[in-house]
Design a protein around this ligand. Structure first.
Ligand code: ADP
Ligand code: MG
Length: 257
């Protein structure tokens, strides 16, 4: 279904409400293969909800959301849409990695144990193979020597790097990051951003909610500013940051500096 021209993420007027609360009011955006898009905006603007829709943790109410050409959450039959079964939803989610603000590691498993869990349980990899891959991923995030350490003995930055390795272990085609450095002490932010920078350089498609403007300026192909459930402005990060077109973008950015 997918080919080189199919965008990795395509959102077409995506709407999401919780009861009478309209959170996403027609989000339209596109992330190409190998691109990094950074999503910024005030608290409550719907950034996390949008990521959760992409990852099928929430089902959109209107509009369409495609990942790698696959419609998320629904099956199309003729011109009708049917909500997908939980089993098919889980299958779609398997190819998408997500990293959260709070690292959500299994506390009773070592770093290595956290990374091998899903490949063994979900992908049915054998333990030897999963362990070998997990060690190389831990090495990639700079934690080769922490394989046998439990989360409580790791710093926040180290835990977040384990969480990234854990997501990568499923060999995702898309990585979602929801404020991955917001819960970290300032001196630990850089080590996580460095891992993300390397991941971007390796060609991973990434959708990143962050307020790290240095990262956005340097790494992102696209900066998307959301407010009140809509995309107010998007474009080349250097241009948006240097010359925001909308008053709401200007006011948000001026508060960050
Ligand atoms: P952001 O990540 O930009 O801060 P969110 O997507 O977390 O914003 O939230 C947007 C709005 O949606 C908020 O008003 C929030 O309270 C509401 N919201 C998010 N998830 C739910 C939910 N499961 N049920 C009800 N309201 C929700
Ligand atoms: Mg959020």
């Amino acid at each position: 279904m997918s080919d080189a021209d199919t965008p990795m993420v395509l959102a077409d007027k995506v709407c999401k409400s919780f009861g009478s609360l309209e959170v996403l009011k027609g989000i339209t955006l596109e992330v190409g293969r190998g691109e990094v898009a950074c999503l910024i905006g005030p608290s409550g603007s719907g950034k996390s909800t949008f990521l959760r829709c992409v990852n099928h943790l929430e089902v959109v109410n209107a509009g369409r959301l495609y990942v790698d050409g696959d419609l998320i959450g629904y099956r199309e039959k003729g011109d009708k849409l049917y909500e997908m079964s939980p089993k098919d939803a889980a299958k779609q989610r398997r190819d998408i990695g997500m990293v959260f603000q709070h690292f959500n590691l299994f506390p009773h498993r070592t770093a290595l144990g956290n990374v091998i869990e899903a490949p063994i349980q979900v992908k049915k990899q054998n333990k030897r193979e999963a362990t070998q891959r997990a060690r190389s991923l831990l090495d990639r995030v700079g934690l080769a020597d922490k394989a046998d350490t439990y989360p409580a003995q790791l710093s926040g930055g180290q835990q977040q790097r384990v969480a990234i390795a854990r997501a990568l272990a499923m060999e995702p085609k898309l990585m979602l990051f929801d404020e991955p450095t917001s819960a970290l002490d300032p001196e630990l932010v850089g080590e996580v951003l460095n891992v993300m920078r390397e991941l971007a350089a390796s060609g991973m498609t990434m959708l990143v909610v962050t307020h790290e403007m240095g990262f956005a300026r340097e790494v992102a192909d696209q900066l998307v500013f959301m407010d009140g459930g809509v995309v107010v402005e998007k474009g080349d990060p250097r241009e948006v940051l240097a010359n925001p077109q909308h008053e709401r973008t200007q006011s948000f950015l001026s508060k960050l500096l």
